[in-house]
Design a protein around this ligand. Structure first.
Ligand SMILES: C[S@@+](CC[C@H](N)C(=O)[O-])C[C@H]1O[C@@H](n2cnc3c(N)ncnc32)[C@H](O)[C@@H]1O
Length: 266
């Protein structure tokens, strides 16, 4: 993976991909570790560039679905509206080209991202124009259990520290909820600087690259001008409403701002 970004603060450690959080003596942790160490079953036997017939592309949602679209210049973008399907990229076992169009998130973040100070602490900005659908970066950090997330969240609240924990909810084929939780507070990549907006210019979607544990992949959902701040909606997965008195004021300044930061439950 090509990722040369660094952090501005020395107490935050740069990682390019998710790592396992601290050991816990629990079945939830054991299951997470097992998944982290497993390979996703399935690979393709395509040669060269993958097409809609590729097994991995098919596993991403069927015949009429292609997660990514080549623009003819070896840049690949997410086809709009496909983010309701899980995206499965080609992996190390696949026989296709290592630069096939179904390998986007695994190649690393976009260029020209800049960490800048703003009214929300730091924020992530782009020094160059970004086309809608372009992959920005992963939201990578420590993979933690729901139990660990609750503890860390409570600790952050007690100490008045910013919360970086993000929880993604998916539904398995047999309608079982799949929860993946990442905390980039101490170990994280460039994605940890992306702030919340009620009217965001990016989306976060699960993408699997050879592992059953999804990466939280952030894509531009609109064209983004140079020097604009990159944002996504932290609350799209939220199903729990909370009393507004306990909630942090949202500083996104968008026309449709709900006034408060989304509440995350684990
Ligand atoms: C993932 S971090 C984003 C980067 C962070 N601003 C920093 O300085 O490192 C999430 C934290 O940023 C702050 N934040 C993000 N979006 C915000 C918003 N719209 N309004 C107020 N604070 C926000 C909150 O403190 C939140 O817990």
């Amino acid at each position: 993976m090509n990722d040369n970004y660094t952090h501005v603060d020395t107490e935050v450690f740069y990682i390019t991909e998710n790592i396992m959080g601290p050991f816990e003596d629990s079945s939830e942790y054991e299951q997470l570790l097992n998944n982290f160490n497993s390979l996703l079953s399935g690979s393709c036997s395509c040669s060269g560039n993958c097409t809609q017939l590729c097994r991995c592309v098919q596993a991403s949602g069927g015949d009429n679905y292609l997660a990514y679209l080549a623009d003819g210049q070896k840049k690949f973008t997410l086809i709009p509206k496909s983010n309701s399907c899980p995206i499965i990229e080609c992996n190390d076992i696949c026989s296709c080209s290592v630069v096939c169009g179904n390998r986007v998130v695994q190649t690393g973040p976009a260029e020209g991202l800049e960490i800048r100070s703003c009214d929300k602490g730091y924020g992530l900005f782009t020094a160059t124009f970004i086309h809608s659908g372009t992959f920005i970066c992963e939201y990578a950090g420590e993979l933690i259990t729901a139990n660990q997330a609750t503890k860390r969240h409570e600790n952050n609240e007690t100490l008045g520290k910013s919360n970086y924990i993000f929880c993604l909810r998916e539904m398995s084929n047999d309608r079982q909820p799949i929860l993946t939780i990442v905390d980039p507070a101490v170990f994280g990549n460039i994605g940890r600087y992306i702030n919340h907006s009620c009217e965001p210019n990016c989306i976060v979607t699960p993408v699997r690259c050879g592992s059953p544990v999804p990466k939280f992949a952030i894509f531009a959902s609109t064209d983004i001008e140079e020097n604009e701040e990159l944002t996504f909606n932290y609350g799209l997965n939220d199903d729990v409403k909370q009393n507004t008195t306990d909630r942090t004021k949202c500083l996104c300044k968008s026309k449709n701002c709900s006034g408060f930061m989304p509440f995350q439950s684990y």
